[in-house]
Ligand binder design. Structure first.
Ligand code: MG
Length: 171
């Protein structure tokens, strides 16, 4: 039987989800660690919220095409910068995680915007407080030859988007 185009799209999204998770793992980040941030964000608002539920919402977020495309783009730029395959001045900007670059946060908006303004508020909070794995990734990114300029924002945005998804469901 022929598959409909919407079925094709679902399979395609599931396949890309696997690649996104693999790339995140290769960069030292698990979905569970992202879900821990989501739990921290939503615990005060949703009594009895569990890590398993948060992980469920993180999974929903990484099934979205806009999210997958943003994450793949961001992680790719980090890796290319580490390999010296980005030309100057961008390479130095990325390798030093230059504070006024700002495009890492702009790309993160493509993720949080999927869930509307509450996603934006949550992302701003994660970006400021550097919860959990975001802080760890930030620290690891300071090592010589390591570029986590986009990685921290991608995981902060996924956590914030998942928190918004939880809020839409329970609040
Ligand atoms: Mg950054």
């Amino acid at each position: 039987m022929e598959r409909t185009s919407s079925e094709d799209r679902r399979l395609d999204d599931a396949h890309k989800r696997d690649i996104v998770v693999k790339r995140l793992n290769e960069r030292g980040v698990s979905l569970e660690e992202i879900a821990e941030i989501t739990l921290d964000l939503q615990k005060p608002h949703v009594p009895g919220l569990t890590l398993a539920t948060c992980l469920d919402h993180v999974e929903r977020v990484v099934m979205k095409r806009e999210v997958q495309h943003a994450v793949l783009t961001g992680l790719e730029l980090d890796v290319l910068a580490e390999k010296g395959l980005v030309s100057e001045p961008l390479r130095s900007i990325l390798m030093s995680d230059y504070g006024l670059y700002g495009i890492d946060e702009v790309l993160a908006l493509a993720i949080v915007n999927v869930y509307g303004s509450i996603g934006l508020t949550n992302f701003g909070y994660v970006d400021k407080t550097k919860l959990g794995i975001v802080k760890k990734v930030d620290e690891r990114g300071k090592a010589d030859g390591v570029c986590h300029t986009f990685l921290d924002d991608m995981i902060g945005a996924i956590a914030a988007a998942a928190a918004s998804s939880v809020a839409h469901r329970y609040a």
